[in-house]
Design a protein around this ligand. Structure first.
Ligand SMILES: O=P(O)(O)OC[C@H]1O[C@](O)(COP(=O)(O)O)[C@@H](O)[C@@H]1O
Ligand SMILES: [Mn+2]
Length: 321
């Protein structure tokens, strides 16, 4: 196992940005074409090619799925040149496949890297999520509270009215009761159709996005990626895996998870320093989408390191030849 001191995050982070940039470039020509699969595949191929150029002994712990259902970037796949630190990789080559296919905001390519053995091996099930930005007392809200208790607690801690709070929630039939309860407090709700990695990140930049809290269930893999981002930006997050049937419980067992009711804090999902990169595919509130000009493609990437809390936004212009 790599000790965190071998994890040269300063060097590796720039390489990570190249990986998410390449995935965004590759899916650019598929924005708004109604073909989610093709857009995802283009991102997967590009991400894998770039990842394999990095001097790491990488293993995908959050990826495109199990080996038998994902030919590439499957969970357990080894990536990188094999020269360098042993690391865990979490990725979502295209977070917001539907957003991309429909040319709707906030589709991202996302990747995180941490020393081997330090990222939660979340199976491909749902996760109940709760996130807030930096600056609040520890555990001011929790998954054990009801949604309205969370709104009241957050408002009180921030010295504002309940009606000044905005909660971000995925618009899904399963969230109808959640939405109704949050509304009963007078809080506002930003409903999003997809993309809860961006949804959670929005909490860390509340002054920019207007979002104070994220609530509701979404993909567990996306939960670990969002926790990685919040660890860099500051902010608290909790997640609880949700299992609907034996197949899903079996996935947990395979991933080595035995306590099925556990609530994971941000730092229990990401136990050491992590680096995180996300590149915009469609325009969003975190980064701009791919800009297609006659002679070049331009992307914007957010690149962060939890060790220093540094947040970079990088513009990359790649000539089309
Ligand atoms: O659509 P569901 O089943 O509610 O799942 C929610 C998940 O799907 C997404 O909206 C989109 O994810 P993908 O584009 O990677 O499929 C995630 O952001 C979210 O966690
Ligand atoms: Mn996703």
């Amino acid at each position: 196992m790599t000790s965190p001191k071998d994890f040269n995050d300063r060097m590796l982070s720039l390489g990570l940005a190249r990986v998410s940039e390449a995935a965004a470039h590759a899916s650019a020509r598929l924005i708004g074409r109604g073909d989610e699969k093709a857009a995802d595949q283009a991102a997967v191929n590009a991400m894998r090619d770039q990842l394999n150029m990095l001097d790491i002994k990488g293993v995908v712990v959050i990826g495109e799925g199990e080996r038998d259902e994902a030919p590439m970037l499957f969970i357990g796949e080894e990536v990188g040149t094999g020269q360098g630190p042993a690391v865990d990789i979490a990725l979502d080559p295209l977070e917001g496949t539907t957003l991309t296919a429909k040319d709707m905001p906030n589709a991202l390519t996302v990747i995180a890297m941490a020393p081997r053995g330090t990222l939660l091996h979340a199976p491909d099930v749902y996760m109940e999520k709760l996130a807030i930005g930096p600056g609040y007392p520890k555990d001011v809200v929790s998954l054990d509270m009801t949604p309205s208790e969370r709104v009241r607690a957050l408002a009180k801690a921030g010295g504002v009215k309940d009606s000044d709070i905005t909660v971000c929630i995925l618009e899904r039939p399963r969230h109808e009761d959640l939405v109704a309860e949050v509304r009963s407090t007078g809080a506002a709700i930003r409903l999003i159709t997809d993309g809860d990695v961006a949804g959670v990140i929005h909490c860390a930049e509340a002054e920019l996005t207007g979002i104070d809290m994220y609530m509701g269930s979404g993909g567990a893999p996306e939960g670990v990626l969002a926790a990685s981002a919040l660890k860099c930006m500051g902010g608290q997050m909790w997640g609880k895996l949700l299992f609907r049937n034996d197949d899903e419980r079996g996935r947990a067992a395979k991933a080595g998870i035995t306590d099925l009711d556990r609530i994971y804090s941000r730092d229990e999902m990401v136990t050491a320093d992590v680096i995180f990169a996300a590149t915009g595919v469609t325009n969003g509130s975190i980064v701009a989408g791919v800009k297609r000009e006659p002679h070049y493609l331009q992307t914007e990437t957010i690149l962060m390191r939890s060790k220093t809390g540094s947040v970079r936004r990088m513009i990359y212009r790649n000539p089309i030849r």
